[in-house]
Design a protein around this ligand. Structure first.
Ligand code: IPE
Ligand code: IPE
Ligand code: MG
Length: 249
Protein backbone atom coordinates (compact mmCIF):
# COMPACT_ATOMS: atom_id res chain seq x y z
CA UNK A 1 0.00 0.00 0.00
CA UNK A 2 2.29 2.76 -1.12
CA UNK A 3 -0.06 4.72 -3.36
CA UNK A 4 -2.56 7.05 -1.77
CA UNK A 5 -5.59 5.94 -3.80
CA UNK A 6 -7.14 4.15 -0.82
CA UNK A 7 -6.51 7.02 1.57
CA UNK A 8 -9.17 9.62 2.29
CA UNK A 9 -7.03 12.75 2.43
CA UNK A 10 -9.90 14.63 4.10
CA UNK A 11 -9.84 12.24 7.04
CA UNK A 12 -6.20 11.80 7.94
CA UNK A 13 -5.27 12.02 11.62
CA UNK A 14 -4.26 15.55 12.54
CA UNK A 15 -1.62 14.20 14.91
CA UNK A 16 0.32 10.94 14.66
CA UNK A 17 2.68 9.88 17.45
CA UNK A 18 5.31 7.20 16.90
CA UNK A 19 7.34 5.07 19.31
CA UNK A 20 10.35 4.43 17.10
CA UNK A 21 11.56 1.14 18.50
CA UNK A 22 13.89 -1.61 17.33
CA UNK A 23 17.07 0.16 16.14
CA UNK A 24 19.24 -2.06 18.34
CA UNK A 25 17.64 -5.31 17.19
CA UNK A 26 17.75 -4.15 13.58
CA UNK A 27 21.50 -3.55 13.95
CA UNK A 28 22.06 -6.91 15.61
CA UNK A 29 20.22 -8.73 12.85
CA UNK A 30 22.53 -7.03 10.33
CA UNK A 31 25.70 -7.78 12.31
CA UNK A 32 26.22 -4.10 13.16
CA UNK A 33 26.51 -2.22 16.43
CA UNK A 34 23.58 -0.43 18.04
CA UNK A 35 24.73 3.04 17.02
CA UNK A 36 24.67 2.02 13.38
CA UNK A 37 21.05 1.05 13.95
CA UNK A 38 20.31 4.49 15.39
CA UNK A 39 21.88 6.18 12.33
CA UNK A 40 19.66 4.05 10.09
CA UNK A 41 16.79 5.15 12.31
CA UNK A 42 17.46 8.77 11.37
CA UNK A 43 16.96 7.86 7.70
CA UNK A 44 13.59 6.37 8.61
CA UNK A 45 12.73 9.61 10.44
CA UNK A 46 13.48 11.59 7.28
CA UNK A 47 11.20 9.39 5.16
CA UNK A 48 8.48 9.42 7.81
CA UNK A 49 8.49 13.20 7.96
CA UNK A 50 8.25 13.39 4.18
CA UNK A 51 5.33 10.96 4.14
CA UNK A 52 3.54 12.80 6.96
CA UNK A 53 3.83 16.05 5.01
CA UNK A 54 2.52 14.35 1.87
CA UNK A 55 -0.43 12.97 3.85
CA UNK A 56 -1.12 16.47 5.21
CA UNK A 57 -0.73 15.32 8.80
CA UNK A 58 -0.29 18.50 10.86
CA UNK A 59 1.58 17.13 13.90
CA UNK A 60 4.08 14.28 14.02
CA UNK A 61 5.45 13.39 17.45
CA UNK A 62 8.45 11.07 17.59
CA UNK A 63 9.61 9.40 20.79
CA UNK A 64 13.36 9.82 20.38
CA UNK A 65 14.74 9.47 23.93
CA UNK A 66 12.94 8.52 27.11
CA UNK A 67 13.85 9.46 30.66
CA UNK A 68 14.57 5.77 31.22
CA UNK A 69 16.98 5.65 28.25
CA UNK A 70 19.66 7.37 30.41
CA UNK A 71 20.10 3.95 32.01
CA UNK A 72 21.60 2.54 28.81
CA UNK A 73 25.38 2.05 28.48
CA UNK A 74 27.14 5.43 28.49
CA UNK A 75 28.59 4.88 25.02
CA UNK A 76 25.14 4.44 23.53
CA UNK A 77 23.72 7.47 25.36
CA UNK A 78 26.61 9.64 24.13
CA UNK A 79 26.21 8.30 20.61
CA UNK A 80 22.51 9.12 20.63
CA UNK A 81 23.12 12.66 21.88
CA UNK A 82 25.79 13.23 19.18
CA UNK A 83 23.44 11.87 16.55
CA UNK A 84 20.79 14.31 17.72
CA UNK A 85 23.13 17.32 17.48
CA UNK A 86 24.37 16.32 14.02
CA UNK A 87 20.97 15.42 12.64
CA UNK A 88 19.47 18.70 13.78
CA UNK A 89 22.18 20.79 12.15
CA UNK A 90 22.08 18.68 8.96
CA UNK A 91 18.31 18.78 8.60
CA UNK A 92 17.42 22.34 9.52
CA UNK A 93 17.70 23.76 5.97
CA UNK A 94 15.60 20.97 4.53
CA UNK A 95 13.04 21.43 7.30
CA UNK A 96 12.76 25.06 6.24
CA UNK A 97 12.42 24.13 2.57
CA UNK A 98 9.60 21.72 3.43
CA UNK A 99 7.73 23.98 5.85
CA UNK A 100 8.54 21.88 8.93
CA UNK A 101 8.23 23.58 12.30
CA UNK A 102 10.22 21.87 15.04
CA UNK A 103 9.12 21.62 18.65
CA UNK A 104 10.32 19.51 21.57
CA UNK A 105 8.60 17.97 24.57
CA UNK A 106 10.21 16.54 27.68
CA UNK A 107 12.72 17.68 30.24
CA UNK A 108 14.82 19.64 27.77
CA UNK A 109 16.87 21.33 30.50
CA UNK A 110 18.15 17.88 31.48
CA UNK A 111 19.81 17.37 28.07
CA UNK A 112 23.53 18.10 27.51
CA UNK A 113 24.19 21.77 26.69
CA UNK A 114 25.17 21.19 23.07
CA UNK A 115 21.91 19.30 22.48
CA UNK A 116 19.90 22.08 24.05
CA UNK A 117 21.70 24.63 21.88
CA UNK A 118 21.18 22.80 18.60
CA UNK A 119 17.58 22.11 19.53
CA UNK A 120 16.89 25.74 20.39
CA UNK A 121 18.60 26.86 17.22
CA UNK A 122 16.50 24.54 15.02
CA UNK A 123 13.28 25.46 16.86
CA UNK A 124 14.02 29.17 16.41
CA UNK A 125 14.94 28.83 12.72
CA UNK A 126 11.82 26.83 11.86
CA UNK A 127 9.24 28.53 14.06
CA UNK A 128 7.39 30.31 11.25
CA UNK A 129 6.86 27.16 9.16
CA UNK A 130 3.32 26.00 8.62
CA UNK A 131 3.11 22.71 6.72
CA UNK A 132 3.71 20.35 9.63
CA UNK A 133 4.92 20.46 13.23
CA UNK A 134 7.54 17.87 14.11
CA UNK A 135 7.54 17.29 17.86
CA UNK A 136 10.58 15.47 19.24
CA UNK A 137 10.07 13.79 22.60
CA UNK A 138 13.46 14.07 24.25
CA UNK A 139 14.27 13.15 27.83
CA UNK A 140 10.54 12.62 27.93
CA UNK A 141 8.43 10.47 30.19
CA UNK A 142 4.76 10.82 30.80
CA UNK A 143 5.05 10.27 34.55
CA UNK A 144 7.64 13.06 34.74
CA UNK A 145 5.35 15.36 32.74
CA UNK A 146 2.31 14.55 34.88
CA UNK A 147 4.31 15.07 38.08
CA UNK A 148 5.45 18.49 36.85
CA UNK A 149 1.86 19.38 35.96
CA UNK A 150 0.69 18.47 39.46
CA UNK A 151 3.43 20.65 40.98
CA UNK A 152 2.49 23.61 38.75
CA UNK A 153 -1.21 23.34 39.54
CA UNK A 154 -0.49 22.92 43.27
CA UNK A 155 1.52 26.15 43.26
CA UNK A 156 -1.36 27.99 41.57
CA UNK A 157 -3.71 26.67 44.26
CA UNK A 158 -1.38 27.65 47.08
CA UNK A 159 -1.09 31.17 45.67
CA UNK A 160 -4.89 31.30 45.31
CA UNK A 161 -4.51 31.93 41.57
CA UNK A 162 -7.06 29.17 41.05
CA UNK A 163 -9.57 27.24 43.16
CA UNK A 164 -10.21 23.51 43.20
CA UNK A 165 -13.12 23.95 40.76
CA UNK A 166 -10.76 25.42 38.17
CA UNK A 167 -9.00 22.06 37.88
CA UNK A 168 -10.43 20.64 34.67
CA UNK A 169 -9.35 18.33 31.90
CA UNK A 170 -8.42 21.49 29.90
CA UNK A 171 -6.34 22.98 32.72
CA UNK A 172 -4.41 19.73 33.06
CA UNK A 173 -3.75 19.59 29.29
CA UNK A 174 -2.57 23.20 29.33
CA UNK A 175 0.01 22.38 31.99
CA UNK A 176 1.61 19.47 30.16
CA UNK A 177 4.61 19.91 27.84
CA UNK A 178 2.23 19.11 24.97
CA UNK A 179 0.20 22.28 25.60
CA UNK A 180 -1.25 23.63 22.36
CA UNK A 181 -0.77 20.33 20.54
CA UNK A 182 -3.95 18.30 19.87
CA UNK A 183 -4.04 14.77 21.30
CA UNK A 184 -2.79 12.16 18.81
CA UNK A 185 -5.50 10.22 16.98
CA UNK A 186 -3.03 7.53 15.96
CA UNK A 187 -0.08 5.99 17.81
CA UNK A 188 2.28 3.68 15.95
CA UNK A 189 4.89 1.48 17.64
CA UNK A 190 7.40 -0.55 15.68
CA UNK A 191 9.53 -3.52 16.78
CA UNK A 192 6.75 -5.90 17.83
CA UNK A 193 6.52 -4.63 21.42
CA UNK A 194 2.98 -3.93 22.53
CA UNK A 195 3.52 -1.41 25.29
CA UNK A 196 3.45 2.34 25.79
CA UNK A 197 6.76 2.77 27.71
CA UNK A 198 5.79 5.93 29.59
CA UNK A 199 4.72 7.87 26.47
CA UNK A 200 1.86 10.42 26.41
CA UNK A 201 -0.31 8.55 28.95
CA UNK A 202 -2.77 11.41 29.40
CA UNK A 203 -2.87 12.35 25.72
CA UNK A 204 -3.62 8.85 24.34
CA UNK A 205 -6.92 8.41 26.20
CA UNK A 206 -8.79 7.87 22.90
CA UNK A 207 -5.93 7.22 20.51
CA UNK A 208 -5.99 4.32 18.05
CA UNK A 209 -2.92 2.03 18.31
CA UNK A 210 -1.09 0.35 15.46
CA UNK A 211 1.64 -2.08 16.47
CA UNK A 212 3.98 -3.21 13.69
CA UNK A 213 6.27 -6.22 13.75
CA UNK A 214 9.12 -4.48 11.96
CA UNK A 215 12.12 -2.65 13.38
CA UNK A 216 12.17 1.14 13.13
CA UNK A 217 14.85 1.39 10.37
CA UNK A 218 12.54 -0.70 8.13
CA UNK A 219 9.58 1.64 8.65
CA UNK A 220 8.93 3.57 5.46
CA UNK A 221 6.27 5.22 3.38
CA UNK A 222 4.47 1.94 2.66
CA UNK A 223 4.08 1.06 6.33
CA UNK A 224 3.04 4.60 7.26
CA UNK A 225 0.39 4.78 4.56
CA UNK A 226 -0.79 1.30 5.63
CA UNK A 227 -1.16 2.43 9.26
CA UNK A 228 -3.22 5.46 8.19
CA UNK A 229 -5.39 3.19 6.05
CA UNK A 230 -5.91 0.91 9.06
CA UNK A 231 -6.83 3.97 11.16
CA UNK A 232 -9.36 5.16 8.59
CA UNK A 233 -11.13 1.82 8.67
CA UNK A 234 -11.78 1.84 12.40
CA UNK A 235 -14.86 3.16 14.12
CA UNK A 236 -13.96 5.59 16.87
CA UNK A 237 -16.91 5.54 19.25
CA UNK A 238 -15.68 7.66 22.20
CA UNK A 239 -17.91 5.72 24.58
CA UNK A 240 -21.01 5.93 22.40
CA UNK A 241 -22.70 3.25 20.31
CA UNK A 242 -22.22 2.66 16.63
CA UNK A 243 -25.62 4.08 15.57
CA UNK A 244 -24.88 7.40 17.25
CA UNK A 245 -21.58 7.75 15.42
CA UNK A 246 -23.25 7.12 12.08
CA UNK A 247 -25.92 9.75 12.77
CA UNK A 248 -23.24 12.28 13.74
CA UNK A 249 -21.44 11.61 10.45
C1 IPE B 1 14.67 2.75 19.66
O1 IPE B 1 15.40 1.62 19.37
C2 IPE B 1 15.53 3.98 19.82
C3 IPE B 1 15.65 4.49 21.19
C4 IPE B 1 15.03 4.03 22.24
C5 IPE B 1 16.56 5.60 21.39
P1 IPE B 1 16.06 0.77 20.53
O2 IPE B 1 17.43 1.30 20.76
O3 IPE B 1 15.19 0.71 21.72
O4 IPE B 1 16.16 -0.66 19.85
P2 IPE B 1 15.86 -2.05 20.53
O5 IPE B 1 14.49 -1.97 21.12
O6 IPE B 1 16.91 -2.28 21.56
O7 IPE B 1 15.95 -3.04 19.41
C1 IPE C 1 10.78 3.51 24.00
O1 IPE C 1 11.63 2.50 23.57
C2 IPE C 1 11.49 4.83 23.98
C3 IPE C 1 11.83 5.35 22.67
C4 IPE C 1 11.47 4.84 21.52
C5 IPE C 1 12.62 6.54 22.69
P1 IPE C 1 12.45 1.61 24.60
O2 IPE C 1 13.21 0.61 23.80
O3 IPE C 1 13.25 2.48 25.50
O4 IPE C 1 11.29 0.94 25.45
P2 IPE C 1 11.26 -0.39 26.30
O5 IPE C 1 12.43 -0.34 27.22
O6 IPE C 1 11.36 -1.53 25.34
O7 IPE C 1 9.95 -0.37 27.00
MG1 MG D 1 13.73 -0.54 22.35
Amino acid sequence: MSDLSHIDLNNVPEHVAIIMDGNGRWAKSHGEDRLFGHSKGVEAVRETLKTATELKIKYLTLYAFSTENWNRPQKEVEGLMNLLVHSLSNEVDEMNQNGVRLQAIGNIKGLPEDCQDSLQNAIEKTKANKEITLVLALNYSSKWEITEMVKTISKKLTKNDITENDITDELISKNLTTRGIPDPELLIRTSGERRVSNFLLWQIAYTEFVFLDIFWPDFGRKQFVGAVYDFQNRERRFGMVSEQINIIE
